[in-house]
Design a protein around this ligand. Sequence first.
Ligand code: HEM
Length: 133
Amino acid sequence: MAYKARSIYDMIGGDAPLQLMVEAFYAAVAQDELLRPMYPPDLEAPKRRLYLFLVQFFGGPRRYSEERGHPRLRMRHFPFAIDMQARDHWLKHMLAAIEAAEIAEPARSQMQEYFARSSAFLINRSEENHGEG
Ligand code: HEM
């Protein structure tokens, strides 16, 4: 019988913990003076997009791509000036969201690593040139 690795989505028990994470994450973004202006006034649509993306990425139903197509995250983030400081804020809120949702090991460490790596990959401006590079 072929061995199939259990997805993070299965390990954590499906949608509910991801829903909790996204709620906690956007509650923090709403209070963040650096990040908040990058997002539209109403955070409901971004919430839904991030939620569907995480469900899909961690191994659940592929509803993100049904609604949005290929994620192309680097391209979709180019309009936003993401320097190291913005990345640090984003990652801090996401790591706190993992705690808030009480994600257990080993999914916890896997998520922490994934978000550290993917947020670094989305840096698209350097600090020196004030958002024009
Ligand atoms: C590095 C710091 C980051 C910043 C400052 C940032 C900021 C933003 C902003 C302002 C939006 C637009 C809100 C919307 O209309 O949905 C967005 C969208 C999105 N972000 Fe990020 N983001 C960051 C990292 C990440 C990472 C690491 C991921 C995934 C692991 C991610 C996943 C998404 C997704 C899925 C969307 C919606 C894309 C779409 O379908 O249009 N972001 N982000």
